[in-house]
Design a protein around this ligand. Structure first.
Ligand code: SF4
Length: 486
């Protein structure tokens, strides 16, 4: 599958998007549109489950884009009913690069009180231990996905109804989860106690919907009501509306700060503010922290664009589209060899030579992961005749892997895990390289006092190494967390 971003192998990747709706005619159409709007969160595969009072539960799970799979009348007519949920994914825990269709969500379970389907965004950090325990007690797993643990835990619960069984199951689960689930009549949404991954609530006509991001509400014309709170469970019935409760111990929120930087779409709303505005604020903060004399500010398209605009506005240095992205790159060129990958950057991006020649250029990108792409882009800019190249990065150095539902290379593959900023500057052979500070990033997302040392307001583990939930499975496999004193 072609990646969402031209350099997806050199970016962190959000692994899932989820959507659910109840109380509408032909729910599957709404789910498909919602998933289409969330395609940037997962492009490898997608699935939809619906329920019809006469025809029962139906599901379709496919590899590839939503637009290629969930538009034909054959598929959509096989998904009747007024309630449905869906999921788009990259490969998640257990199946990276070799996903089987059985790993594609939503997962379905038949219980004594009726069926239920669930779709999960995030990562269960104690999934290995849970899976071992469940298998020892007789569970038969169908997939290699960590999310399937939730269904088996629900099956073992003694509670009387499905929402209560879900609560029971999720109390055993550690890590990050935003979940949408459905029974025959109820749509259920849950966020983990730290609220690491997003989930929002919307209203459409007499119906209701849940989505990873507000852009998925916009596409179906739904009204954005609010974010589901960390630790909140909502149970929605078309007749009775939304029931909300908080089944978990309350904890300070740790929303993923990288959603603001890169994962979420710029037209989504997070924390009451548009993601675009936040990214522009990040660029402004970056310009204050790391000014440099130059002639042009250029974004690395597309994700660097709002921050580049912010940098330009704050610094007064003109903004220019110095790099143009070819929007129509297909899958033809996505091959796994290093040689083709390097060529791929040129095929997907082209330098606007007429603008760049003889100029001192500031390039603004959202992050540096492996650094391979940054190097390539720098070469392209110099080849086009730039006098100087200065990188400004809209996130702090990514030095730690994420274990909460984001695909990250192993720690030793992260450029910032093995090099200081000075060493990275030399390695990339640029005139200067500066990352926004953690405090600067916190200010840009609306925390005027910066990052609280005692209780950081967000999850920022991929920058700080301070993991809000111990990644138990990874520690068991030898992952070394940062000593607290460091
Ligand atoms: S480790 Fe980074 S990417 Fe993962 S949830 Fe935390 S901030 Fe987000």
């Amino acid at each position: 599958m072609p990646p969402a971003h031209p350099f997806d192998d050199d970016k962190l990747r959000e692994e899932c998007g989820i959507f659910g709706v109840v109380g509408v005619k032909d729910a599957a159409n709404f789910v498909a549109l919602g998933l289409h709007a969330l395609q940037h969160r997962g492009q490898e595969a997608g699935g939809i489950v619906t329920h019809d009072p006469e025809l029962g539960f139906n599901s379709a799970r496919r590899f590839g884009y939503v637009r290629d799979n969930f538009t034909s009348s054959d598929v959509m007519e096989s998904l009747p009913g007024p309630i449905g949920i869906g999921h788009v994914r990259y490969s998640t825990a257990g199946s990276k690069g070799q996903t089987a269709i059985r790993d594609v969500q939503p997962f379905f379970g038949e219980f004594s009180m009726g069926g239920a389907a669930i779709a999960h965004n995030g990562n269960i950090t104690n999934a290995n231990a849970l899976r071992r325990e469940l298998i020892e007690r007789g569970s038969i797993f169908q997939s290699s996905s960590d999310s399937e643990c939730i269904i088996h835990l629900m099956a073992r619960s003694l509670q009387r109804n499905i929402p209560e069984r879900m609560e029971d199951a999720l109390r055993r689960v550690e890590g990050a989860f935003s979940v949408v689930a459905m029974t025959r009549t109820k749509l259920i949404g849950v966020r983990d106690p730290l609220g690491v991954r997003p989930l929002v609530l919307g209203k459409i006509g007499d119906g209701w919907c849940l989505a990873s991001e507000t852009c998925a509400l916009d596409i179906i014309g739904a009204e954005f009501l609010r974010e589901i709170e960390p630790g909140e469970m909502v149970v929605i019935n078309a007749q009775n509306g939304v029931e909300s409760h908080f089944p978990f111990r309350r904890q300070p929120s740790k929303f993923c700060i990288f959603e603001h930087v890169y994962f979420s779409r710029p037209d989504s709303i997070l924390g009451g503010r548009s993601v675009y505005e936040t990214r522009e604020a990040i660029g402004r903060e970056l310009a204050k922290e790391s000014p440099v004399d130059a002639d042009l500010v250029c974004p690395v398209p597309d994700s660097g664009t709002p921050a580049a605009i912010g940098y330009s506005l704050e610094s007064g240095i003109p903004y220019a589209m110095g790099i143009i992205r070819n929007q129509y790159m297909g899958r033809t060129f996505i091959e796994p060899t290093e040689q083709i990958r390097n060529m791929g950057v040129r095929l997907k991006l082209n330098v606007n030579r007429a603008l760049i020649e003889g100029k001192r250029v500031i390039l603004v990108d959202d992050s540096v992961v492996r650094g391979t792409t940054s190097r390539k882009i720098k070469e392209m800019i110099l080849d086009a005749g730039a006098k100087e190249v200065h990188f400004r990065i809209a996130s702090p150095p990514t030095a730690w892997p994420c274990f909460y539902g984001v695909d990250t290379p192993q720690r030793e593959k992260l450029l910032a895990a093995t090099m200081t900023e000075e060493e990275m500057t030399k390695h990339l052979a640029v005139d200067s390289l500066k990352f926004i500070s953690l405090d600067g990033l916190y200010r840009a997302v609306g925390e005027s006092q910066g990052r609280s040392k005692d209780c950081p307001q967000y999850c920022d583990a991929c920058f700080s190494g301070e993991y809000p939930v111990t990644p138990a499975d990874m520690v068991e496999q030898g992952f070394k967390m940062q000593p607290a004193a460091e």
